[in-house]
Design a protein around this ligand. Structure first.
Ligand code: M6R
Length: 620
């Protein structure tokens, strides 16, 4: 939520900031702005709307200079207006800040600042921090008038941060210290890109790709002071920190659209590769098991666990549900899937023999991070299944498994889901082979997993058919998604995809639950999407389809080729490859992603940037 960039060096700062904001736009696109210092003045350009509109404004009213900060906003406090856009000036324009996070005590601070004579121009919580910085700066200048300006500014930042409750990733510039950016984090991510006589700041590494490969991930409670010739990092309580420089392994092609019109479509079509990457080097034919390094637990320790808790939000939570079925089937490990937003405030019994995993694409989701920290606080090792290398959750987890899916930029998660399911299958195989799963069973699973990239390729062949079907159904305003067993989470995921990018009401249910309530919704105006590939209880799902048809509900079915019975009942059939039941989510998710994509396009929606959403939800 919200993206921050900063730059100091010799490049033209406006271009550098705008490019960075374009790449971070998936984090929020309600408004955007930049601030630049040149000739001893802070100048701001900001605008409600997309980064593209800000770029137009900057073209009309250019800003020149070599130091600046920028922001793309996902609104929390105050509407999406120009005035509420960041950057925000403090005092009489001597301070400027951008902020990602939420300042929970903004109301009382605002009242105190108003009493001191500060004038507010926005409804945001951030402007409070800007004026507070200005206030502390003027106090410090009175007390320490002959120390270097940067020391006074740093003290003003620290005094301000001491008074903020909530979360922040924050970048600050001071008019009278025109070669310096000060940044700090608590709860919201910040990465520093280290160049030759230049430094970059960003909420994640995507703006740094192609600019530098050397990065430093700022940790909570750290503050960095940057100018073109150096950086100093300090922990706010323990003092100076020796930066640990890491190497980014992403390349520009990872974030280019190529020939695709949207990131979502690109990412859907990347799935044969991303699933293959999730498995690469992780299958051991000889031992008929998976190879999972990075858990930081020995086989002996892993054998002592008798329960698993998977915690996540949104699509990652749906992948967790598939994980529950896999872990219980392969490893006979009782598994619970908890919404991270609930787990963080509940007090569920988690014993020393419970293994906790946080599942997250971004590694920055506030609720998932808080749930993980809550478990760690109580002494439980918490591992992560995460895509973004170096993200907060990946770094704070006690161990984990990376997805290696490459950057997922479309707000609607697609390839991360199939990669999460793949990694969970590997985990289930690995833990299963330490317990009850036989060698031949392990061998069979490995063989089937190896075939998945090809099967996903085959599933993608439904693209044109899905496009056709979308035209027929795009005008409906309510949908049901129904599936059973491994395809129940797929039904939830299909419904979520449709909701988030086409703004159509959709509900996912286990097909058999339909008759306990949702069937009341069925009529000619409510299509049902049945996920009904071959499998043990397929006849039961077919009966549910009959029940919908008997009530004149239109039916779209995902089924295997040549399934006459499904063809007879359904109005429209989308063919999915025939794979083992536990791998069906990997192929059945594909047509549902495409269906939501095409319906959204037909309804004129912005598929990569759906309204009200942001890619990583870093606020509560
Ligand atoms: O980055 P995470 O996997 O932790 O994100 C969790 C959810 O916010 C995310 O899956 C969200 O539901 C997506 N927009 C779904 O497409």
């Amino acid at each position: 939520m919200c993206g921050i960039v900063g730059y100091v060096g010799s490049r033209s700062v406006s271009e550098c900031l705008l490019e960075g904001l374009h790449r971070l736009e998936y984090r929020g696109y309600d408004s955007a702005g930049i601030a630049v210092i040149s000739d001893g003045e802070i100048s701001v350009r900001k605008k409600a709307g997309r980064v593209m509109e800000l770029a137009r404004l900057v073209e009309e009213q250019p800003l020149f200079g070599n130091i600046g900060i920028g922001h793309t906003r996902w609104a929390t406090h105050g509407e999406t207006t120009d005035a509420n856009s960041h950057p925000h000036l403090g005092g009489n324009g001597e301070v400027v800040i951008v902020h990602n996070g939420v300042i929970e005590n903004h109301d009382s601070l605002r009242n105190q600042l108003i009493a001191l004579g500060y004038v507010f121009h926005s409804q945001t919580d951030t402007e409070v921090a800007a004026h507070l910085m200005a206030h502390h700066l003027s106090e410090q200048l009175k007390l320490n008038s002959d120390e270097p300006c940067v020391d006074t500014c740093l003290r003003a930042v620290n005094l301000t941060l001491d008074r903020l409750k909530g979360t922040y990733g924050i970048c600050v510039m001071f008019r009278d210290c025109p070669d310096t950016i000060i940044a700090a984090r608590s709860g919201s991510p910040l990465v520093i890109g280290v160049g030759k006589n230049e430094y970059f700041l960003a909420s994640d590494s995507s703006p740094l790709i192609g600019c530098t490969q050397d990065v430093v991930y700022l940790a909570d409670n750290e503050v960095v002071v940057l100018n073109a010739t150096g950086m100093k990092i300090a922990h706010r309580t323990t003092g100076r920190v020796q930066p640990s420089i890491q190497t980014l392994d992403q390349v520009s092609a990872d974030i280019d659209l190529g020939n695709y019109p949207h990131y979502m479509l690109k990412e859907i079509f990347e799935q044969p590769t991303s699933v293959e990457n999730a498995m690469r080097g992780r299958l051991d034919e000889g031992e008929a098991t998976a190879v999972i390094g990075g858990l930081n637990l020995t086989a002996q320790q892993l054998r002592t666990f008798d329960r698993v808790v998977l915690t996540a939000c949104g699509t990652s939570w749906h992948a967790g549900l598939v994980g529950e079925y896999l872990l219980e089937e392969f490893a006979r490990l009782p598994t619970e899937v908890e919404y991270a937003s609930e787990l963080r405030y509940r007090n569920p019994p988690i014993s020393d023999r419970t293994l906790v995993f946080s599942i997250t694409q971004s590694g920055e989701t506030a609720d998932t991070l808080a749930a993980m920290r809550e478990c760690q606080r109580k002494g439980h090792p918490t591992l992560s299944i995460c895509n973004v290398v170096g993200s907060t959750i990946a770094r704070e987890a006690d161990g984990g498994i990376y997805l290696h899916a490459g950057p997922e930029i479309g707000v609607a998660s697609t390839k991360a889901f199939t990669s999460q399911v793949t990694v969970l299958s590997l985990l289930a195989l690995y833990l299963g082979r330490m317990r009850h799963l036989s060698y031949p069973a392990g061998k069979r699973i490995i063989k089937q997993l190896r075939e998945m990239p090809e099967k996903i390729e085959e599933a993608l062949k439904c693209h044109e058919r899905v496009q056709e079907i979308s035209e027929k159904y795009a005008h409906f305003n309510n949908f049901l998604y129904l599936g059973r067993l491994y395809n129940f989470p797929v039904a939830l995921e299909g419904a979520l995809k449709l909701k988030e990018i086409s703004y159509i009401h959709a509900e996912g249910y286990p097909a058999a639950e339909m008759k306990h309530g949702p069937i009341a919704l069925v009529d000619e105006q409510t299509p049902s999407v049945f996920i009904v590939p071959k499998g043990g209880i397929q006849p039961k799902v077919i009966s549910n389809m009959e029940e919908v048809k008997a009530r004149r509900g239109p039916v779209i079915a995902l089924a295997c080729e040549g399934d006459k019975e499904v063809e007879r009942i359904a109005d429209d059939v989308i063919i999915v490859p025939d794979v083992e039941e536990y791998l069906q989510p990997l192929v059945c998710a594909i047509p549902l992603q495409l269906l939501s994509y095409h319906i959204a396009l037909l309804r004129g929606c912005n598929v990569d940037r759906p309204r009200n959403l942001a890619k990583s939800v870093t606020v509560e």
